[in-house]
Design a protein around this ligand. Structure first.
Ligand code: FFO
Ligand code: ATP
Length: 261
């Protein structure tokens, strides 16, 4: 029942997104991102932020990626495959710009990364826009991030690379690689910026129908609670046309803390 209703709602929301012209999308994106940068205390105070590499139909996160890295925040971006999603640390705009793309042209980090990505030179040179890496519009950026002070030398837990079954990451653990940090292992996550197809102002959310975010948020909250770590805040970034009066939800849908539009 709810399944059919959800697919109708997704169809309507996709149509609304398609109806937005490029200029409006860019202007709205800019307005929403400026709100985050200037008015959102949770963002400003966050030291460890998970965010998505935006697709063209989403609020463009390029400037947020650049701002966070420049400010020295730890930034994680999603990697999904089969039925699971993880967030893995990215170390610089260059790192982001050189991420491999999956079959849907979405840039995604591997669980392991070449040591060279963490060297000071690799994090300081002038870099391509993260929006280009994500397939979205380009934004001009200047300087970036710092290398992690304590990069792990091995994959430390089961979260790091054993949760999926179908794809073998092409970069594997070796003397030349390190595991990208994973907040499920280190408990360092203050804020998750969440994409979606539609939201209510109260935080109900509908996504693209794979349950990736619902499952990930559930995993995060469960794991953080079990370890006594403080749960991250969740903020959705969305265009006004994606806001609905109500959204069909079920027991596994996770409500988002704040919806910014
Ligand atoms: N920017 C961004 N990154 C993100 C998400 C997102 O919503 N936004 N995701 C949020 O979840 C994950 C990817 N979500 C996906 C959700 C659905 C399908 C999907 O429907 N795949 C179809 C093929 C559809 C097509 O070709 O158009 C399939 O597998 O059958 C793929 C990815 C992780 N990364
Ligand atoms: N926490 C969970 N544990 C197990 N299965 C889940 C969980 N959350 C969602 N699912 C399953 O995933 C599928 C898709 O869920 P739903 O339609 O809510 O996705 P969505 O919110 O649109 O997608 P997404 O979160 O990827 O953006 C459903 O079959 C749902 O039962």
């Amino acid at each position: 029942m709810s399944l059919q209703l959800k697919s109708l709602v997704r169809k309507e929301l996709r149509a609304r997104l398609r109806a937005m012209d490029t200029a409006t999308r860019a202007a709205e994106s800019k307005r929403i991102v400026t709100q985050v940068l200037t008015q959102c205390e949770r963002y400003k105070q966050a030291k460890h932020v998970a965010m998505f590499l935006s697709m063209p139909s989403e609020v463009d996160t390029a400037e947020l990626l650049a701002d966070s890295l420049k400010a020295g925040k730890t930034v994680y971006v999603p990697r999904y495959e089969a039925d699971t999603m993880d967030f893995l640390r990215v170390y610089s705009l260059r790192d982001i710009a050189t991420l491999p793309r999956n079959e849907m042209n979405i840039a995604q980090p591997e669980y392991h990364v070449s040591q060279s990505v963490l060297t000071p030179e690799a994090t300081e040179v002038e870099m391509a826009s993260p929006a280009e890496a994500a397939g979205g519009a380009s934004v001009t950026t200047t300087s970036e991030t710092t290398a992690p002070t304590t990069a792990p030398t091995t994959a430390t837990t089961a979260h790091s690379n054993t949760t999926t079954t179908n794809t073998t990451p092409s970069i594997k653990e070796s003397a030349e690689t390190v595991a990208r940090e994973n907040p499920l292992d280190n408990g360092k996550l203050d804020l998750i910026l969440v994409p979606g197809l539609g939201f209510t102002a109260a935080g109900d959310r509908i996504g693209r129908g794979k349950g990736y975010y619902d499952k990930y948020l559930t995993r995060i909250f469960t794991t953080f609670a079990a370890n006594g770590w403080t749960a991250p805040a969740t903020i959705a970034l969305t265009f006004p046309c994606q806001i609905m009066d109500s959204i069909p939800t079920d027991a596994t849908d996770v409500r988002i803390g704040h919806v910014l539009f």
